[in-house]
Design a binder for this molecule. Structure first.
Ligand code: TXA
Ligand code: MG
Length: 328
């Protein structure tokens, strides 16, 4: 993966984080907007830069399992199994919070979201940041996706700059994010495995490691606000359309300026429609999804039509994001 940030850039970024600044950095999923998770004043800057409601908890990123133990308590065997199988990687575990985890990170809940990200630059940053200095201990970087609240997550350093520009004290550039959609979130804080947000790592793969089914959230599950509302949205209205209904929809909209994202080739003879062909396989589709939506959004069309991908488990993460993008 191409990276234009040097070890010196990473060192500077770690110093900025220790001093309470904001750094955008690449992970394998999307770019994160990072701050020292132990420093409430630094974390407050995340919320104001994003325009994010204070009640929405943040994911704490750590470099290794020893640091994880500073953030969570009564870590169940299931967490160790999933960490072994999938970390570093695109999985967030919700665990019981340790004493002393700031409320601003957890949204005041008893649980905390944690992950070891699978991007080399993110790991170098986390390692450079962690340690003790001036009587303070630095151990975790709180990082939501580096976008304004409710908007499309960034998958390049340029997207992060375009979203948050002046609010950032530094941006690390690690090229395009490989996965392209946010991590799978599994709640393990209540003695069961509950899916709070689908992602590249499917419930079937989690279940295969744990030997128990992954459950859907019930009423008592921890809130994962970002996973409940209209989200991941371009400014242009977006409609999800079944493949078979696309031709009829296009003729209905023939006087409007229309952009299409579809896995199919553009039909011949189509006029005045911007047609973006998407990858057929889910990994490639997810990798390009947010960049494609940004590109189509920039065309300032009246509507973006997205051909609905297959409704099968492997596409759950992508379908979830498309549904939310369409519902705002
Ligand atoms: O892939 C990712 O997870 C990216 C990269 C930067 O790591 N981060 C990300 O953060 O997507 P954000 O803030 O955009 O989404 C975090 C989600 C939110 O839906 C939040 O509600 C949920 O994680 N979350 C965090 N802590 C939680 C907790 N203690 N209980 C329930 N949900 C939690
Ligand atoms: Mg987000």
């Amino acid at each position: 993966m191409p990276s234009t940030s040097t070890p010196a850039d990473i060192g500077r970024a770690a110093t900025i984080l220790r001093a309470g600044g904001l750094v955008a950095f690449p992970t394998e999923t999307v770019y994160g907007l990072g701050a020292d998770a132990s420093n409430p004043a630094a974390v407050a800057k995340i919320f104001s830069a994003k325009g994010r409601p204070q009640s929405h908890p943040l994911i704490v990123h750590v470099a290794n399992m020893d640091l994880l133990a500073l953030w969570a308590e009564r870590i169940p065997p299931a967490a160790h199994k999933l960490a072994e199988a999938f970390w570093p990687g695109p999985l967030t575990l919700v665990l019981q919070r340790a004493a002393g985890v700031p409320d601003c990170v957890t949204g005041g809940q008893d649980s905390v979201g944690l992950r070891i990200p699978g991007h080399p630059l993110a790991l170098e940053l986390l390692r450079a940041f962690a340690g003790e200095a001036d009587g303070r201990r630095y151990s975790g970087i709180a990082a939501p996706s580096a976008n304004k609240f409710g908007r499309i997550s960034p998958t390049t350093a340029g997207h992060a700059r375009a979203e948050l520009g002046d609010a950032l004290d530094a941006v690390l550039d690690g090229g395009e994010c490989e996965v392209g959609i946010e991590s799978t979130i599994i709640d393990l804080s209540r003695g069961r495995a509950v899916l709070l947000r689908p992602g590249q790592i499917t419930p079937a793969r989690i279940a295969a490691v744990l030997g128990v089914e992954v459950e859907a959230p019930d009423a008592a599950a921890p809130r994962a606000p970002g996973a409940l509302e209209a989200h991941y949205a371009p400014r242009t209205p977006l409609q999800l359309v079944a493949a078979a209904e696309l031709p009829a929809k296009l003729s209905e909209l023939r006087r409007r300026k229309v952009a299409v994202l579809a896995r199919a080739e553009a039909p011949s003879g189509l006029k005045d429609v911007y047609w973006q062909e998407a990858q057929r396989a889910v990994a490639g589709y997810a990798h390009e999804l947010y960049a494609s939506l940004r590109r189509l959004d920039d065309l300032a069309c009246d509507v973006i039509l997205v051909e609905a991908p297959p409704d099968v488990p492997g596409w759950q993460g992508v379908n979830d994001r498309l549904k939310r993008a369409a519902s705002s």
